[in-house]
Design a protein around this ligand. Structure first.
Ligand code: NAI
Ligand code: HPV
Length: 631
């Protein structure tokens, strides 16, 4: 920790005339692209040739939400609109599969809703670059190609249902696109369909119905089996699985379940015993599948596992076709290991018209109808529409699939710290002038709270955003922050220092250290590394330490750091130079090691000083080095 020197702050500077241009205007213009390899190390000025736009459309749904919360702490509203996903334009929401009207109405209140069903992959790719959001069910494959074709425009994919195996989550994360689903509204529908298939299969309802309609009366052919007293193995004891179990118990079945991740007390509450995979499949008379399709569950029912089952077992699949090796199932049906199968889902949907599995006399099949009740579809439509609208409005979604979920109360508490984290990251990277590239960043959180009471993921993501965005075109948000950092070879380590302050405050201070780099402001280097500290004061982020110099400025607008020998008149000198160029000082602070020794001046300015002003500051004899930084 840098030793703190005495500080004096002036707010606002009485020397500087006020200016009409606002923070938001200066911020929306340009941001210095301070490359790691930038050669200037002294008296740095913004390099206009290397500027990148801080785009108004920049997507920060996560950031955005945080800034919205910050608004409540009286931060600038301009910043919020700059970062707003939607900006002034209505977002375009592509709905590629049938969605309930109630959900469409929710979407129409926010954006332009385009319903285009049965798109080919090529048509979807052609359309997607104009869309801010895409809403799908299980029939649309949202592949890497779709994210590539979106060219950064697509911010959220909403899956109107549970299974997200049709969305390339890795690609979504890499492209910083949030994926949300609607995990609850179709649970009962899927469970009821499972039970419907179980009963229909046990009593040959489909086959008997078809035969009767064909003019036959085959009572002895369609003698079924009873369910009462039989053992049902529920594979995957999640939302659907547990509802199936509950219902099957009502039918008098003995229910066991296999789910390596399900809590035993939840199973006990339903009166179900959790057992191993082998125990489940070897003892069951009926096996009902309710696990997601993942690399682990892919074809988990195969020749080997069918061979272990009780001869004459009956299988229901309302989960995903891919969890069964369909060729193996066909063989097991032919050999009689599996007496019957009831399938709602298939590896390929729709399955081939002449699919031997679908045509098998001991198979009953439905075209992926598990979620298809009126009630479930209305519920799912509203659930997903609200999640997508929330995400587009910058709220953190409770159903985010590829982003850490942060509870709303944690989010609101951390809001000002999140702004601080991003600004510190942004400042720290601009202090780097060269070296072997930024590889190792350490973040030190000083807090009275224990690790369990301080979730730093959001803060780390925002530091990453602050560090990476000024030096690249990459959009960083909570979804992709860790991925982008890793991809760029950035190691961000975190340390918590327990301090004896109020645990009411989540964080007392945040320090960012960057090692193995050179700095364009040598005074920012302490013990061989660039080091800056910040705190939240009165709800706003403050810079409190640069290298080993204590300062105190509110982080708004832009920042000038000067090092000089402590002497009278310095504030006035620099203030005058800025005032002559109509640059308004919003905050100023001086930190020094000791009287008349080295000191640094931290000056926050509303506007971007022009080259002349910066040259004039550089020409002040007592100023040994200075740097201009964009916040
Ligand atoms: N046919 C249809 O229309 C519908 C199908 N579904 C599918 O049903 C499945 C379950 O949905 P929910 O219950 O809502 O999801 P869920 O996430 O609540 O439950 C899934 C459960 O599977 C467990 N699981 C994960 N890996 C497992 C493994 N290797 N072995 C055993 N269990 C494992 C999880 O721990 C979890 O408890 C999903 O695949 C979903 O896509 C859901 C709704 C409708
Ligand atoms: O929610 C799920 O996982 C389902 O399988 C439902 O799929 P669907 O929305 O009916 O295409």
């Amino acid at each position: 920790m840098a030793s703190s020197a005495s500080t004096k702050s002036i707010f606002p500077s009485p020397l500087i005339s006020s200016s009409s241009s606002s923070f938001s205007e200066s911020r929306s213009s340009k941001i210095s692209n301070l490359s790691f390899l930038s050669s200037s190390s002294f008296g740095t000025k913004p390099n206009n040739n290397n500027n990148i736009k801080l785009s108004c459309q920049r997507r920060c749904f996560v950031v955005n939400s945080v800034l919205k919360t910050v608004d409540e702490t009286k931060q600038t509203t301009q910043t919020i609109s700059k970062n707003n996903v939607v900006g002034n334009e209505k977002p375009t929401i592509l709905v590629s599969e049938k969605l309930g009207e109630a959900g469409l109405q929710v979407l129409r209140k926010l954006g332009n809703v385009v319903c285009a069903y049965d798109l080919s992959p090529e048509e979807l790719c052609a359309k997607i670059s104009t869309c801010d959001a895409l809403i799908v069910r299980s029939g649309t494959k949202v592949t890497r190609k779709v994210f590539e074709a979106a060219k950064g425009k697509l911010k959220v994919v909403g899956r109107a249902g549970v299974g997200i195996d049709n969305v390339d989550l890795q690609a979504a994360t890499e492209f910083g696109c949030l994926v949300v689903n609607a995990p609850t509204a179709n649970t009962i529908a899927a469970a009821e369909h499972g039970i419907a298939l179980l009963a229909a299969m046990a009593r040959n309802v489909s086959q008997a119905d078809a035969s009767l309609k064909a003019g036959k009366w085959l009572r002895s052919k369609y003698v079924g089996v009873s369910m009462v007293g039989k053992t049902l193995a529920v594979m995957g004891f999640g939302k659907v699985g547990s509802e199936v179990a509950r219902r099957a118990k009502g039918l008098g079945m003995n229910v066991i379940a296999h789910d390596p991740y399900a809590p035993a007390d939840r199973a006990r509450a339903v009166g179900v015993e959790l057992v191993s995979f082998d125990q489940a499949i070897t003892t069951a008379d009926f096996i009902s599948l309710h696990m997601p399709l993942t690399p682990t569950t892919n074809k988990v029912f195969n020749d080997n596992t069918f061979a272990k089952m009780k001869k004459g077992v009956r299988i229901i699949n309302v989960a995903r076709g891919g969890v069964i090796d369909e060729d193996a199932l066909l063989k097991a049906l032919d050999s009689g290991i599996v007496a019957q199968a009831a399938l709602d889902v298939f590896t390929e949907e729709p399955p081939a018209k002449d699919s031997k599995l679908v045509q098998h006399e001991n198979v009953i099949a439905t075209p992926h109808l598990g979620a298809s009740t009126k009630e479930a579809q209305e519920g799912v439509a509203i659930e997903i529409a609200e999640a997508v609208v929330g995400a587009l409005n910058g709220e953190l979604s409770a159903t985010a699939v590829n982003a850490p979920m942060v509870a709303p109360e944690v989010l609101s508490e951390l809001a000002p710290y999140v702004v601080l984290a991003e600004k510190l990251g942004r400042l720290a990277v601009q202090l780097v002038s060269g070296g072997s590239g930024i590889q190792s960043i350490k973040v030190v959180y000083r807090s009275a709270r224990g690790p369990d009471n301080l979730d730093t993921r959001l803060l780390r993501a925002m530091i990453t955003k602050g560090i990476i965005e000024p030096i690249s075109n990459t959009i960083v948000n909570l979804v992709n922050a860790d991925y982008i950092a890793k991809q760029r070879g950035l190691r961000i380590s975190e340390e918590r220092v327990t301090v004896d302050s109020s645990p009411e405050l989540p964080v007392e201070s945040i320090q960012i250290q960057i090692s193995n780099v050179e700095s364009k402001f040598a005074s920012a280097v302490s013990e061989g590394q660039i080091s800056i500290d910040g705190k939240v004061k009165y709800g706003t982020p403050h810079l409190t330490c640069v290298g080993s110099f204590g300062v105190d400025v509110s982080l708004e607008g832009n920042l000038i750091l000067c090092r000089q020998t402590d002497q009278p008149g310095m504030i006035g000198l620099v203030g005058n130079i800025l005032g002559q160029q109509n640059v308004n000082v919003s905050f100023m602070s001086v930190g020094r090691t000791s009287r008349r020794q080295k000191a640094i001046m931290a000056i926050c300015v509303d506007e971007e000083p022009n080259e002349e002003a910066l040259d004039n500051i550089g020409a002040v004899a007592a100023i040994e080095e200075f740097v201009f930084l964009k916040l």
